[in-house]
Design a binder for this molecule. Structure first.
Ligand code: MLC
Ligand code: AMP
Length: 507
């Protein structure tokens, strides 16, 4: 095959007038029309001088054209590097420079703020808006709507997704064509996706969940998607009657359950609801089934590995578990040395399979820390596995907060806080949040005789960090609790401040 990922996801639909996308205003785009848009963009990208293997960073709003840019990169052999739209310019700068991006595609409204960054790092800056506007769209309008697909192999790099580290800077997870395609194939088969499916797509498309799980599977099956710009309860309730499947983070499901318009009748026709990216509480699973009769199918994955385990489509979807390993994927619960523990014991989950990434972009030492020579990836998630293979995620060995499905690395926030006037040191923790699953609390130890100005600190943090990372609560203490080794006792802090967001309307 010339370009396996393009050929299977996109090229297979050449000439088909079948429906691919429904936009929020009801506008419909066929597979063939979508491929023509992608080809125009692929011509544009190569006309700009980009060649196979070049990195294309994109911080753009969700739209049909944003997906077409992804398709264009695959078709032209370029490496797609999607970025969270919430990132501030200082955060974007790191990704552009670390990846050596040759092109940065920005939303038209954000271009001004990114111009200096692109220039500094030798990247070209172009724009792409949600309504076929922006410089790339302008060039594409004049480009040919066919493109000679660039030859690529299963081991060639298709995308880099940055994932923050518990220490140091973010790492670019290198995903090959084979990583993405093998996972899409397994998931489409496991979840019985067909051309008849219409997925209600309310996830962001800069992460594995919205881009590779939801979109790749739909493309592979030849189905269609209702492409909403973001999760908005009103819009989702309005569009559910048109859909057959939906994928979401647990916050989607708790928000729907909280709305009186979300009823059994509204979703009686639905085929499947999938949850992932963060733990779905067993009580949410049960409440959802009680109300709708649907058993949410929970699966587990990560940026580096795509999806690893899934509750079965036909068998028991067990609340509080993420199901057994997907076909072709091996999972084992291990001690820190990588020795498999007896079933039922808690350890770190390790995974191996065609889904597991190629390593971190230009960080061989980080790759070696997490990817064992025999191919097992150390996830950093604490889990148990039952005799029947079902995996339960019980916690995290890594210091990570997952808020509404976005990962927040405490270290990054602590480093910023430690620089603030009056702050001696800090500890950032995640505690239960009724809407986001976990919410961010910053515990500050003040310098002797000083009391940190919390408003000024919050404002200073907001200059450089995406808003979803910002602490929603601050606590000032005399000293952080430490064990005899001098290590900060985050478990104790989580116990002490665990009810910080206990009120139902916590912001
Ligand atoms: C938005 N905000 C968040 C937030 N999302 N704060 C904490 N955590 C989040 N996840 C903040 C904004 O900064 C803003 O703050 C305020 O909330 C309102 O912003 P909004 O855009 O209106 O928020 P909302 O639409 O309510 O978004 C919440 C959400 C969204 C849960 C719908 O975050 C979302 O779609 N999450 C999905 C993430 C996802 O796809 N993860 C997959 C990762 S892949 P302020 O201060 O400005 O008011 C992965 C692998 C796998 O993990 O297994 O899938
Ligand atoms: P990311 O690095 O953004 O891909 O996030 C991956 C992390 O999300 C995993 O390592 C888990 O900690 C978490 N995660 C994903 N799916 C689930 C799930 N179903 N249950 C619990 N945690 C999950």
């Amino acid at each position: 095959m010339a370009n396996p990922l393009y050929d299977r996801l996109f090229g297979a639909h050449a000439g088909r007038d079948t429906l691919f996308l429904i936009e929020p205003d009801g506008h419909r785009i066929s597979h063939a029309a979508f491929l023509a848009r992608a080809a125009r963009l692929a011509n544009t990208l190569t006309d700009l001088g980009l060649v196979a293997g070049d990195r294309v960073a994109a911080q753009i709003d969700k739209s049909a054209d944003a997906l077409a840019l992804y398709a264009a990169c695959v078709q032209a052999g370029l490496v797609f590097l999607p970025l969270n739209t919430a990132y501030m310019p200082a955060e974007v700068e790191y990704f552009v420079s670390n990846a050596g991006a040759r092109l940065l595609v920005a939303a038209p409204t954000k271009a001004m703020g990114l111009m200096a960054i692109a220039e500094k790092h030798g990247a070209r800056l172009e724009t792409l808006g949600q309504n076929q506007n922006g410089t790339l769209s302008d060039y594409a309008a004049a480009a040919k709507d066919t493109f000679a697909t660039v030859t690529r192999g299963a081991d060639d790099l298709a995308a880099i997704l940055y994932t923050s580290g518990t220490t140091g800077r973010s790492k670019g997870a290198m995903l090959s064509q084979g990583n993405l395609l093998s996972n899409a194939e397994v998931l489409a088969a496991t979840w019985h996706f067909t051309a008849a499916d219409r997925l209600l797509h309310a996830l962001p498309i800069f992460h594995t969940h919205g881009l590779f799980v939801a979109t790749n599977i739909t493309l592979l099956a030849g189905g269609s998607m209702i492409l909403l710009p973001k999760f908005d309860t009103d819009d989702v309730i309005r569009w559910l009657p048109e859909a057959s499947t939906m994928m979401g983070v647990p916050t989607f499901y708790t928000r729907l359950l909280d709305d009186a318009r979300f009823t059994h009748a509204l979703v009686a026709h639905m085929r499947l609801f999938v949850s992932g990216s963060a733990p779905l509480l067993a009580e949410t699973h049960r409440a959802f089934e009680d109300l709708t009769g649907h058993r949410i199918l929970e699966r587990y994955g990560m940026t580096e590995t795509n999806m690893n385990t899934s509750n079965p489509y036909a068998g028991e979807r067990r609340p509080g578990t993420v199901g057994p390993a997907l076909p072709g994927v091996e999972v084992k619960v291990c001690d820190p040395a990588g020795k498999e523990l007896p079933r039922g014991e808690i350890g770190v989950l390790e995974v191996r399979g065609p889904n597991v990434f190629m390593g971190y972009w230009q960080m061989p030492e980080k790759t070696a820390e997490e990817l064992r020579p025999d191919g097992f990836f150390i996830t950093g998630d604490l889990a148990t596995q039952g005799a029947d293979g079902y995996v339960t995620i019980v916690g995290r060995a890594k210091d990570l907060i997952i808020s509404g499905g976005f990962n927040i690395y405490p270290k990054e926030i602590e480093e910023a806080l430690d620089e603030m006037p009056g702050v001696l040191e800090s500890a950032v923790i995640g505690v239960a949040h009724p809407d986001m699953g976990e919410g961010v609390v910053a515990v500050l130890a003040a310098m002797q005789g000083l009391s940190p100005d919390l408003d000024a600190i919050a404002a200073a943090l907001a200059d450089n960090l995406a808003r979803f990372k910002l602490p929603r609560r601050y606590v000032v203490v005399d000293a952080l609790p430490r064990n005899t080794m001098g290590k900060v006792q985050k478990a104790e802090l989580r116990r002490n401040y665990g009810d910080s967001f206990a009120s139902p309307k916590a912001p």
